[in-house]
Design a protein around this ligand. Structure first.
Ligand code: MN
Length: 146
């Protein structure tokens, strides 16, 4: 586990950090982590480091990571690190995040290859906008397994 991730794993408010921001990478690569979270409903929290924070999505459907996912709220329950590694944006990640279409490559222990997060239009009054996490059809795509 990279030391840069440790503060995030030790406190519940993963979206606030006292670490310096400004996009100056201290060790070059951006981190990602996938946590398996045994809350009332088992889900996976998918986190991408960007500008010193870990952006977070809750993924209810497991390692295939297909389907509609809400931006998650932290809940009670055991959390284990299911995968971690580095990620590589394809294009400008800030513009992509704002525009609701973030393309990237993962270099994890389990997850690899090209992925896209796409923000969907939520229902009127919906507090959390759902996103889709889509695996590119590349050589790294394989059936879900645990
Ligand atoms: Mn969670």
């Amino acid at each position: 586990m990279k030391s840069a991730l440790r503060p995030y794993l030790e406190k519940r408010n993963f979206d606030v950090t006292s670490e310096p921001t400004g996009g100056k990478a201290t060790h070059g690569a951006l981190s990602f982590v996938v946590q398996k979270h045994a809350a009332t409903r088992l889900h996976y929290d998918f986190r991408l480091e960007l500008d010193g924070t870990l952006k977070r999505w809750a993924v209810p459907k497991g390692p295939s990571f297909e389907g509609t996912i809400p931006k998650g709220q932290y809940g009670a329950g055991e959390v284990i690190v299911w995968d971690n590694g580095t990620w590589e944006p394809v294009g400008d990640p800030r513009a992509g995040y704002r525009a609701g279409k973030l393309k990237f490559r993962l270099h994890g222990k389990k997850l690899h290859g090209g992925w896209t997060l796409v923000r969907m239009h939520g229902r009127e009054g919906e507090r959390q906008e759902p996103w889709l996490l889509i695996k590119e059809r590349d050589d790294e795509a394989r059936p879900a397994s645990e």
